[in-house]
Design a protein around this ligand. Structure first.
Ligand code: ATP
Length: 365
């Protein structure tokens, strides 16, 4: 399989910039997800990697070879679309074997490769069936079979599960990841579903407005978002933000919210007085009678084992994930405790995390 590297990759359509200078390396064997809202440039990036779209600027390297100007057919990359058109008049065996037949491989080799792909996908019992009568999931497996049969250097998948219902999506997510591991693939997978990306990927790139906002392992992105956009996009519910207007001093371990001192990790830089946003995930908020940081409960959403409680404070709203057995009264005033080592601090004007300040010692940057 292959390493994929993109360098300063840009794509403009007339005056509109769809991809604004991306840089990343996808290591051999990685399951890499590109996640972001509709229109953020995911498909355009993938199409450039596939060779279906020529970049306006920048380079694409496949195992260190510059493939930027090569057509798709010369890249040895398989592309799986959401609406993958199978040939309805052919059976499963003929559909899967199609790419090898086009390349005039010997019949015996095609038979062996098709049967191996079908076994990997657990559709070997369907090989002689017409694709027309197959379920959505089996059709998707046939499409994957057609992609893996020629063992390309990398798989590019653009929302391949988008057309499936949610229960089936979860099942196919597990199968896709398992397939990736079994054939030791390099996979680039586009989705706008954060749960799908978090569950499947080794590494996620979060895109927004043509730019890559952050690249990292799912937990790193969840725990240490580099921007307010990422903090807000990842997590259900997303990170809550409290307004802070203050100056920051190197060595500070306390920040004042509503005049109440709140512990946080030591700061490693000075900042002039400005507006900041203190970010906290719902599971890092608890209720504590003795706390001077007070808020009023304005809603509670029951989720089975937990509940999401919305509290309003003088510095903004935050959400707490509490055990569902904890009695909550809408309208009551509660004390709030924030887990200090899990707080994020953002510069509100730039939206950037002061991660180097909060997470010194190898976690920041
Ligand atoms: P989605 O999840 O909706 O597919 P996306 O993140 O994949 O979104 P892209 O399809 O890459 O986004 O599109 C990025 C932007 O570029 C969009 O605003 C889109 O309208 C624009 N765009 C894409 N292709 C073209 C084109 N051929 N001509 C003009 N604009 C285009």
């Amino acid at each position: 399989m292959a390493q994929i590297r993109v360098e300063n990759l840009r794509k403009s359509f007339d005056q509109f910039t769809a991809v604004a200078g991306s840089n990343f390396t996808i290591d051999d064997g990685t399951f890499f997800a590109m996640l972001g809202p509709s229109g953020c440039g995911k498909t355009t990036t993938l199409r450039m990697i596939a060779g279906l779209e020529l970049p306006t600027a920048g380079r694409i390297l496949l195992d260190d070879a510059d493939v930027t100007a090569l057509p798709a057919s010369a890249r040895d990359i398989a592309f799986v679309f959401q609406l993958f058109a199978l040939y309805p008049h052919m059976n499963v065996r003929q559909n899967i074997g199609f790419p090898l037949r086009c390349q005039n491989h010997p019949r015996a080799e095609i038979k062996r490769a098709v049967e191996e792909a079908a076994r990997l996908l657990r559709i070997d019992h369907l090989l002689d069936r017409r694709v027309g009568g197959l379920s959505g999931g089996d059709r998707q497996r046939v499409a994957l079979g057609r992609a893996i049969v020629r063992r390309p250097k990398a798989f590019l998948m653009d929302e391949p599960l988008g057309a499936l219902d949610s229960e089936f999506r979860r099942l196919m997510c597990g199968e896709l990841r398992e397939l990736h591991d079994r054939i030791d693939a390099t996979t680039v997978y586009i989705t706008h579903d954060q749960l799908e990306a978090m569950a499947m990927a080794d590494c996620i790139a979060i895109m927004n407005g043509g730019r890559v906002e952050q690249i990292g392992a799912p937990q790193e992105i969840y725990d240490r978002p580099k921007t307010m956009f990422v903090a807000d996009f990842i997590g259900a519910p997303p990170m809550s933000f409290l307004d802070v207007h203050t100056a920051l001093r190197r060595g500070d371990r306390v920040i004042r919210i509503d005049g109440v001192p709140v512990d946080m990790p030591e700061l490693f830089e000075d900042r002039a007085e400005s507006r900041f946003a203190l970010g906290v995930r719902p599971e890092n908020v608890s209720f504590a009678d003795a706390s001077d940081l007070r808020g009023r409960v304005i809603g509670a959403e029951y989720l089975g084992t937990t509940q999401i409680v919305t509290v309003t404070t003088a510095s903004g709203q935050l959400k707490a994930r509490l055990p569902s057995g904890e009695p909550i009264q809408v309208g009551e005033t509660v004390g709030l405790k924030l887990r200090p080592d899990r707080l994020s601090l953002f510069d509100t004007a730039s939206g950037l995390a002061l991660s180097s300040a909060l997470y010194a010692g190898g976690h920041g940057g």
